[in-house]
Write a protein that binds this ligand. Structure first.
Ligand SMILES: *[C@@H]1O[C@H](CO)[C@@H](O)[C@H](O)[C@H]1NC(C)=O
Ligand SMILES: *[C@@H]1O[C@H](CO)[C@@H](O)[C@H](O)[C@H]1NC(C)=O
Ligand SMILES: *[C@@H]1O[C@H](CO)[C@@H](O)[C@H](O)[C@H]1NC(C)=O
Ligand SMILES: *[C@@H]1O[C@H](CO)[C@@H](O)[C@H](O)[C@H]1NC(C)=O
Ligand SMILES: *[C@@H]1O[C@H](CO)[C@@H](O)[C@H](O)[C@H]1NC(C)=O
Ligand SMILES: *[C@@H]1O[C@H](CO)[C@@H](O)[C@H](O)[C@H]1NC(C)=O
Ligand SMILES: *[C@@H]1O[C@H](CO)[C@@H](O)[C@H](O)[C@H]1NC(C)=O
Ligand SMILES: *[C@@H]1O[C@H](CO)[C@@H](O)[C@H](O)[C@H]1NC(C)=O
Length: 478
């Protein structure tokens, strides 16, 4: 119940920010106007000074900022009038980063002061590229259910290391949590499952290990989940299917194994799914045919070792599909032709065989096609117009049995189009007039079959004819 209330109040704040605070300003916290002078309560002001002193390389910061809420020279701090309080202002935001106007340089020995606890109204704490020289950890005591933090972003701090404190899972007001590009290690705390209001979780580019906790299914408000570039292992938990609002899931560059859980098909709002560079096995579950909003699918570099899943033909919103280095087998299906919005398709470095469907070249938006390094064969019949349009963005190299008609060969082709001409396969018929102007006949048609193998074929045909004749005769007689 209290969780629902918390979510509702946060929704209220979001709406407030979205639809201009003017009307509601008297009811909800109001941000200060430029030049307006207000004072903070002493305890809070001291807390702010201590926090800033631990971060910025300016011993006079307190003296030069007697009214930190009012002064605009340092836009990294914001204050708001508290709800129901008579003109009492509180620090609601501390932001340090290169994007602020006149950012004070961070101290060599910058750290997170425990005095943050004195800023009980703090909603946003964001620190970018500040902990760069001396090692800093996230103190467990800084977080807990007493906090009012909604947005915590500690990013690009190379010396921020150690484990993520489980107590962070008790900051139930959190909506955005970004700890990307630090040196954090250890597990993702199970306690994160309590963060029912969390909409964005970004732990990318760290050194996190262990499994994705089953409790992650509790993050019911989540729209963006980014755990990419860590060392997370084990299977993807089926509870990921409970994140019904999820729009973006990036688990790339980890050590995930096992198979994709069927429950992933429940993520009806998913627009982006990136599972590339893991150890995930195939086949990909058919339940994913219900990801109707999917636009970006990247499975690159996983041992899928199965055919291209049929459901892909149903995901009509797909713009980019990538299955490079997945050990894919079988042929390239025709259904790609139904993906009218497809702009990029990568099927390179697999074991795909058979012909390249001519329909690929008819897709109006396809602008990048990599089918290199497979076992594709036959005559490549993509329209000349398509080949010309894509230029170097069409890569068909490394398919030893693929060839192209002599006519197409005459055109200005990119170096990524190194495939032999069908009629000129090692000099056999190459010098005469084109036997097959349309390039429709497959490569073996014109190859210089040895006379003995020709004879063999003739014998087989004769034998078949004769035996059929004898068989019919027998049937007639009986
Ligand atoms: C905060 O957490 C502690 C322990 O988890 C719990 O006993 C306490 O009731 C919580 N307080 C609030 C206000 O939720
Ligand atoms: C990542 O963690 C491993 C051990 O889990 C450690 O050996 C390695 O040095 C860490 N790398 C970085 C960049 O922190
Ligand atoms: C091709 O895929 C394999 C995995 O199937 C990978 O190890 C290799 O690096 C890939 N080669 C290229 C050139 O991407
Ligand atoms: C998909 O393509 C159709 C037709 O080309 C177009 O009308 C539609 O806007 C596209 N949808 C998206 C999401 O790009
Ligand atoms: C196609 O994929 C291969 C790896 O399989 C890669 O080496 C090549 O650069 C890609 N081609 C293009 C045009 O991106
Ligand atoms: C052929 O390609 C070269 C370089 O890629 C370009 O300079 C030239 O104009 C092209 N010729 C035609 C006829 O397209
Ligand atoms: C034919 O193949 C041989 C080796 O298999 C090669 O030495 C020769 O250059 C090829 N000729 C042509 C015209 O491609
Ligand atoms: C076909 O191959 C035979 C040997 O297998 C060779 O003697 C003959 O010259 C070849 N014919 C052509 C047109 O290359």
């Amino acid at each position: 119940m209290s969780q629902i209330m918390a979510c509702l109040s946060i929704l209220y704040i979001v709406l407030f920010h979205l639809f201009g605070g003017e009307m509601m300003a008297t009811m909800v916290g109001k941000k200060l106007q430029e030049g307006e002078i207000v004072e903070l309560e002493e305890e809070e002001l001291l807390g702010l000074y201590e926090v800033m002193d631990a971060l910025v390389d300016d011993p006079d910061w307190a003296q030069t900022h007697p009214n930190p809420c009012s002064q605009t020279p340092f836009p990294g701090i914001e204050c708001e009038e508290s709800i129901g309080d008579n003109a009492k202002y509180h620090v609601t935001k501390i932001h340090i980063g290169p994007d602020t106007l006149f950012p004070p340089p961070c101290k060599h020995s910058a750290y997170l002061s425990k005095s943050l606890l004195k800023l009980t109204y703090l909603k946003t704490l964001s620190i970018f590229n500040c902990f760069v020289s001396s090692p800093v950890t996230l103190p467990s005591a800084l977080f807990g259910n007493f906090s009012s933090l909604e947005h915590l972003a500690l990013q690009s701090n190379p010396t921020l290391y150690g484990e993520i404190p489980p107590s962070l899972g008790h900051v139930q007001s959190l909506r955005i949590l970004s700890l990307s590009q630090n040196s954090l290690q250890g597990n993702i705390p199970r306690e994160f499952g309590f963060l029912v209001c969390l909409e964005q979780l970004d732990l990318s580019y760290n050194n996190l290990s262990g499994q994705i906790p089953m409790e992650i299914g509790g993050l019911k408000s989540m729209t963006i989940l980014d755990l990419s570039c860590n060392k997370i292992e084990g299977d993807m938990p089926y509870s990921l299917g409970q994140l019904q609002l999820l729009q973006k899931m990036d688990l790339s560059y980890n050590k995930l194994g096992g198979m994709i859980p069927n429950e992933l098909g429940m993520l009806k709002r998913l627009v982006l799914l990136d599972l590339s560079h893991n150890f995930i096995n195939g086949p990909i579950p058919e339940t994913m045919s219900s990801l109707e909003l999917l636009e970006y699918l990247d499975i690159d570099d996983n041992p899928i070792k199965a055919g291209i899943p049929f459901f892909i033909g149903n995901l009509w919103k797909l713009k980019s599909v990538s299955f490079s280095g997945c050990g894919l087998i079988g042929s390239i299906p025709n259904f790609f032709s139904s993906l009218m919005n497809l702009t990029a398709l990568s099927l390179d470095n697999n074991s795909l065989s058979g012909q390249v469907p001519i329909t690929l070249g008819l897709l109006p938006n396809l602008d990048q096609l990599n089918i290199s390094h497979n076992k594709l064969n036959g005559v490549l019949q993509l329209p000349g117009e398509f080949i010309g349009k894509l230029g170097k963005r069409l890569d068909v190299r490394g398919n030893s049995d693929l060839c192209i008609s002599a006519q197409s060969k005459k055109k200005n082709l990119s170096s990524y189009f190194e495939i032999p001409s069908c009629v000129n396969k090692n000099g056999s018929f190459g010098n005469g007039p084109p036997q097959d102007p349309a390039g429709i006949k497959p490569s073996w048609y014109n190859s210089n079959m040895s006379s003995s193998s020709r004879l063999l074929k003739l014998q087989v045909i004769l034998f078949t004819l004769v035996s059929n004749f004898i068989l019919s005769l027998l049937i007639l007689l009986l």
